[in-house]
Write a protein that binds this ligand. Structure first.
Ligand code: G4P
Length: 525
C-alpha cells in the first residue's frame, strides 16, 4: 500500500456525550461490529464507575486501567479506525477537550429522551473551535423519547449547527419498530437484541405493501409522510458542509440493542474525513508531507507509582513515524529516538516499527514531554489548538513540609506538564495558585505529590471567579491596567499575563473600563 493510501484509509475520531447518553455502549458496539472485540463488556468494565465519583483513588486506579482503551485501533473493511476514548467524568473535562484536538472528526451521542444536555453543549463548542466535523447519534430509541423533529430542532438551536437526518426512526419506546436509512435507502426492522449482531428484516422500498404488512398501515403511512416532510424540509445532504463542520448528519438507534450502529458505522466510514491538515504557528502541515511531525496531546502517568513512568500520546500529523529514528523534540531543542513506541490495537498495546498520519502512538517517557510538545525532522513546528481553558475552581497551594520544597516544586511542575491542573503565580505576593475544572483534581494532586514525589502540600482558600488571559496592542493601557490591578495579576506556566477576577462584577467593570484590552477565556487566541 502506498503512503497516500495508508493516510486515506484512516479514520481517527472521538465519541463524545453527556455522561450516560451511551458513549461507552456505542464505542463497544462499534468495536464489536468492527470485529475488534468479541464479547460485550470489555470497554464497559474500564469505565469510571458512577459509584466511584467521590473516591478519587478508585478513579485513578480505573484511569490507570483505562489507558488500554484510551485509543482503540482496528482494521475494518479496508479502513484503519482509531477511536479515541474521552473520560466521561466531568472533572476530567479538560482531558476530553485536549483529546478532541487529536481527532479528525467526532460522533456526538445524545439520549433521545433527554435531548441536548450541558456537557453536549460544551463539547460542541470545543469541536467548533477547530471546525471538527461532527455526526450525531440519537440513542435509546427503545425508550420513550422526544419527537424526532423536536430533537432535530433542539440540536440545531442549542448546538448551533445545521442538521440533516440520514436516518429516520419508526416510532419510539414500546412502539419503536426500526430505522429507515435515508443514506442507503433501506429500512431495517427492530428486534431487541443486546448480544447478537443480526441485521433484522430489510425492506428495500417503503412504497411497497411489504412495509404495511410488517409494521401496520398507520405506522407505514406515518413513516411515508414523515419522510416526505424530511426530504422536503431539509436540503440534500451537503458533504462539503459536513467536512467544514457546518452540518451534522443525524442517525437514530439503540446502542444497547445493537440497532442503528452498523448504519452509523458504514455511513461514517464513507463520509468522515481521513487525516486533515494540522495548523501550526508558522504554517499548515499536510498529512502527506514526506517528513514526520506530530504532537503530544495527552500524558498518562502513574501506571507504576514506584517508577514515575509515563506514556506520552503522540498524534502523527505528517510523514511516516519510524522506530529507533532520530526526531527533533522542538521544546527541548534536541534529537531523541524512541525504541519502544506502542500502538493501540483493540485491547492490546504492542511495540510498532512504523505509524502513519492519523495514528496515535504511545511513547514511554521519563519526564521529557509535556502537553503540546512537538516532534519533527528538524523544523521548529508548534501545533496550535491545545488551549488551556479558564479553570473554575482555585486554591492556594502551600508547602506542608519545609524539608521537601524541592520535591514539591518538581512534583507540581510535572503534574502541570501532564495537564492535571493549571498553575498561576500571583505577581503581587508570589503565591502559587492551582486552578482546576473539577474539585477532584485537588485531591488527586495532593495524593500524587505525596505518593510519587514524597512531598506534602496543603490548600488555602482563595476567592476567585475567573482567570483570564489578557492581551492588548495598547501598551500604555495594558501597563496601567497591570499597575492598578497588581494584586490580581498572575503569570501562567508559560509566563503569560493572567488577570484573576474575584467576581463577575469585577470582571465586567474591568472589561468596560479598559476597552483596549482583550480578556480571553482560553489560552489560545
Ligand atoms: P456513557 O458512556 O455515555 O456515560 O453511557 P453508557 O454507555 O455507560 O450508558 C449509560 C446507561 O445507558 C447504561 O445503563 C446503558 O446500558 C444504557 N444504555 C445505553 N444505550 C442504551 C440504549 O440504546 N437503550 C437503553 N434503554 N439504554 C441504553 P446503566 O444502567 O447505567 O448501566 P448498566 O448497568 O446497564 O451497565
Amino acid at each position: 500500500m502506498t503512503f497516500k493510501e495508508e493516510i486515506k484509509r484512516r479514520r481517527t475520531f472521538g465519541i463524545i456525550s453527556h455522561p450516560d447518553a451511551g458513549k461507552t455502549t456505542l464505542t463497544e458496539k462499534l468495536l464489536l461490529f468492527g470485529g475488534a472485540i468479541h464479547v460485550a463488556g470489555a470497554v464497559k468494565s474500564n469505565k469510571i464507575k458512577k459509584t466511584a465519583t467521590s473516591d478519587f483513588m478508585e478513579i485513578e486506579k480505573q484511569r490507570g486501567i483505562s489507558v488500554a482503551t484510551s485509543v482503540m485501533g482496528f482494521n475494518y473493511d479496508g479502513y484503519k479506525i482509531n477511536i479515541l476514548d474521552t473520560p466521561g467524568h466531568q472533572d476530567f473535562a479538560e482531558d476530553t477537550y485536549r483529546t478532541l484536538t487529536a481527532v479528525d472528526s467526532a460522533i456526538i451521542v445524545i439520549d433521545g429522551a433527554k435531548g441536548v444536555e450541558m456537557q453536549t453543549r460544551k463539547l460542541m463548542e470545543v469541536c467548533r473551535m477547530r471546525n471538527t466535523p461532527v455526526m450525531v447519534f440519537i440513542n435509546k430509541l427503545d425508550r420513550p423519547g422526544k419527537d424526532p423533529f423536536e430533537l432535530l430542532d433542539e440540536i440545531e438551536e442549542e448546538l448551533n449547527i445545521a442538521v440533516r437526518p440520514l436516518a429516520w426512526p419508526v416510532g419510539n419506546g414500546d412502539q419503536f419498530q426500526g430505522v429507515y436509512n435515508i443514506f442507503e435507502e433501506n429500512l431495517y426492522l427492530f428486534t431487541p437484541a443486546k448480544q447478537t449482531l443480526e441485521k433484522g428484516i430489510e425492506i428495500k422500498d417503503i412504497a411497497d405493501q411489504q412495509l404495511s404488512d410488517h409494521i401496520g398501515d398507520s405506522a407505514a403511512d406515518k413513516l411515508r409522510e414523515e419522510l416526505e416532510l424530511v426530504l422536503g424540509v431539509y436540503p440534500d445532504f451537503d458533504h462539503e458542509a459536513y467536512l467544514n463542520g457546518q452540518l451534522a448528519p443525524v442517525f437514530f438507534g439503540s446502542a444497547l440493542n445493537n440497532f442503528g450502529v452498523r448504519e452509523l458505522l458504514h455511513a461514517f466510514l464513507k463520509l468522515a474525513p481521513s487525516p486533515r491538515p494540522s495548523i501550526t504557528e508558522s504554517r499548515l502541515v499536510q498529512p502527506d508531507e514526506e517528513k514526520f511531525s506530530g504532537f503530544v496531546f495527552k500524558i498518562h502517568a502513574n501506571m507504576d507509582p514506584n517508577h514515575r513512568n509515563r506514556l506520552a500520546f503522540v498524534k502523527i500529523c505528517s510523514g511516516k513515524f519510524q522506530r529507533n529514528t532520530n526526531y527533533y523534540h522542538v521544546g527541548l531543542g534536541k534529537q531523541m529516538k524512541f525504541s519502544s513506541p506502542t500502538a493501540f490495537m483493540a485491547e492490546k498495546k504492542s511495540i510498532i516499527d512504523e505509524a502513519f498520519p492519523g495514528d496515535i502512538i504511545g511513547i514511554p517517557d521519563s519526564g521529557n514531554f509535556k502537553i503540546g510538545d512537538s516532534l519533527s525532522e528538524g523544523e521548529k513546528l508548534k501545533f496550535k489548538g491545545l488551549p488551556s481553558f479558564s479553570p473554575e475552581l482555585f486554591q492556594y497551594i502551600e508547602n506542608a513540609d519545609p524539608m521537601k520544597s524541592k520535591q514539591l516544586n518538581k512534583g507540581i511542575d510535572q503534574l502541570m506538564d501532564e495537564g492535571v491542573a493549571q498553575l498561576f503565580i500571583n505577581q503581587f505576593n508570589g503565591r502559587k495558585i492551582i486552578g482546576t475544572v473539577g474539585a477532584l483534581q485537588f485531591e488527586v494532586i495532593q495524593y500524587r505529590l505525596l505518593h510519587e514525589y514524597s512531598a506534602a502540600c496543603r490548600y488555602e482558600p482563595i476567592k476567585l471567579y475567573k482567570a483570564c488571559w489578557i492581551k492588548s496592542s495598547d501598551k500604555a493601557q495594558l501597563d496601567d491596567f497591570k499597575k492598578r490591578k497588581v494584586q490580581y495579576m498572575a503569570k501562567d506556566k508559560y509566563g503569560r499575563d493572567v488577570f484573576l477576577a474575584d467576581s463577575s462584577y469585577m470582571l465586567q467593570m474591568a472589561q468596560e473600563s479598559f476597552k483596549n484590552i482583550e480578556f480571553h477565556f482560553t489560552s489560545e487566541f
